[in-house]
Design a protein around this ligand. Structure first.
Ligand code: NAI
Length: 458
């Protein structure tokens, strides 16, 4: 006899575990299936472990340059074994935190691989090797996996010479030469880490710029900063094939050559995990980009929702959290809807990049009549006090006629902690004159927003 729930969640990453908790708290009896580890990619092999590594690199860099701040650190070394072990402890503590959260909320968690098995009357049937459960509603939150392209040599060398986001976070030793295929978010964060800890890093990117949809000027500044740390960028270069020790590339002029490397990271994007789930058994529509959903996370099948990376909208953990809340609110009849216009994104390199809203490129493409103002981060006293010899940029875009803020892009320390405030300005459709009335704590790097806002005419 199969047990019946109000909701079954498939996938225990940020979208799944948060959705399950919110649903249970809202009174829906909820079951959650997770086949690997609670916390999903973000917590186990993405956002969190990469930040643990990047923080070790930041400390190492600070220690190396501490003399400029009047601090002497002696013989500064980094020990990759200790860095990786700490990363493991951080992940374990947080996974236990998610486990405890599920228990406290009363969510029934099954650490099993589950598939959809069609319907039994009104209910959906979800089965694992050990059990069959039924529910009136489904929340699909199965996330995404690294895209593995049909580049010769990639598949055969996966996990050994060719690494994905999973293996790159647990390398026991620092590779002397490190190649990165794909200069997007994952590639840049890992290029920054390995360059900081001593690898000779080469980034191979097929576009003529790094950091994908990031504001071009800000992305270019990051490139310059990473170049200063010894990273080589091969832009407009195509990856042709891979063999242990070499990544073969083609330059824009057609010349073919090998980038010698001890390890190569494959970071060319991610694919929504839709295959093998049994979506066909209940008729859920999906494409290569993910499960098709509306602004409430609803699929084409009534009472079936899909949130997080699996719907392919933004593939960011914080977006997934919000999508899960919106979907649960839709299930329980509360008014809510997903808006992506003020969805921040961050690249946690050193220096870090944080963006929200329209970029200049996007504004031009969409024919938005905009005005832009920008200032060096050195207009912030706190930034100067804490960042010897460093610089950064803060740039704000406004709608020329309406005078409301439509985009904010920053590079420099603390950007990631400031950007939510800028997102709020966009979300609330604040005009320049409204936003100027906000009192910022002094001295903080966040004051740079205020400085740039005063660069606009009323
Ligand atoms: P991405 O989409 O950010 O970047 C992939 C890059 O690879 C692009 O610039 C693309 O032009 C390039 N590329 C594709 N095929 C190539 C080829 N054959 N040769 C050379 N270059 C090629 O994907 P990435 O970095 O794998 O990240 C995946 C997802 O994970 C993203 O959606 C991102 O939002 C998320 N993520 C977010 C983080 C954050 O918020 N800080 C951190 C890490 C990942």
């Amino acid at each position: 006899m199969s047990e019946t729930f109000d909701l079954i969640v498939i996938g225990g990453g940020p979208a799944g575990y948060l959705g399950a908790e919110r649903a249970q708290r809202a009174g829906l009896r909820t079951a959650l299936f997770e086949k690997r580890a609670l916390g999903g990619v973000c917590l186990n092999e993405g956002c969190i472990p990469s930040k643990a590594l990047l923080n070790s690199a930041k400390l190492y860099e600070h220690a190396l340059h501490s003399a400029a701040y009047g601090v002497s650190c002696g013989d500064v070394k980094i020990d990759q074994g200790t860095v990786v072990a700490r990363r493991g402890r951080v992940v374990r503590a947080l996974v236990n935190g998610v486990k405890a959260k599920m228990k406290a909320a009363g969510v029934r968690v099954f650490m099993e691989d589950a598939v959809l098995r069609g319907r039994a009357g009104e209910d959906f049937v979800v089965a694992s090797a050990n059990r069959e459960l039924r529910a009136k509603r489904l929340l699909i939150a199965t996330g995404s996996s690294a895209s593995i392209p049909p580049i010769p040599g990639v598949q055969e060398n996966l996990g050994d010479f060719v690494l994905t986001n999973r293996e790159v976070l647990e390398l026991p030793e620092i590779p002397k030469r490190f190649a990165v295929i794909g200069g997007g978010v994952i590639g840049l964060e890992m290029a920054a880490y390995y360059a900081a800890v001593g690898s000779k890093v080469t980034v191979i990117e097929m576009l003529d710029h790094i950091a994908g949809p990031t504001d071009r000027e800000i992305g270019h500044l990051l490139q310059k900063e990473l170049e200063k740390k010894g990273v080589t960028f091969l832009l407009s270069h195509k990856c042709l094939s891979v063999e242990p020790g070499r990544v073969w590339v083609e330059a824009p002029d057609g010349q073919k050559f090998a980038v010698e490397a001890d390890k190569a990271l494959l970071s060319i994007g991610r694919r929504a995990n839709c295959e093998g789930l049994g979506l066909e058994s209940i008729g859920v529509n999906f494409t290569r980009g993910g499960i098709t959903t509306d602004a409430l996370g609803r699929t084409n099948v009534e009472n079936v929702y899909a949130v997080g990376d699996v719907n392919g909208h933004h593939m960011l953990a914080h977006t997934a959290y919000r999508e899960a809340e919106v979907a649960v609110n839709a299930m329980t009849g509360r008014t809510d809807s997903m808006r992506y216009i003020a969805n921040p994104s961050v690249i946690y390199t050193q220096p870090e990049i944080a963006s929200v809203g329209r970029t200049e490129e996007e504004a031009k493409e969409k024919g938005i009549d905009y005005e832009v103002q920008k200032l060096s981060m050195r207009y912030s006293g706190r930034f100067v006090a804490e960042n010897e010899g460093a610089d950064g940029l803060c740039k704000i875009l406004i709608n020329k006629k309406k005078r409301n803020i439509i985009g904010v892009h920053m590079i420099g320390s603390y950007s990631s902690e400031i950007i939510w405030g800028a997102a709020e300005m966009i979300e609330m459709q604040l005009r320049v004159t409204d936003a100027r009335q906000i009192i910022f704590p002094h001295p903080t790097v966040s004051e740079i927003l205020r400085e740039v806002l005063w660069e606009f005419d009323d």
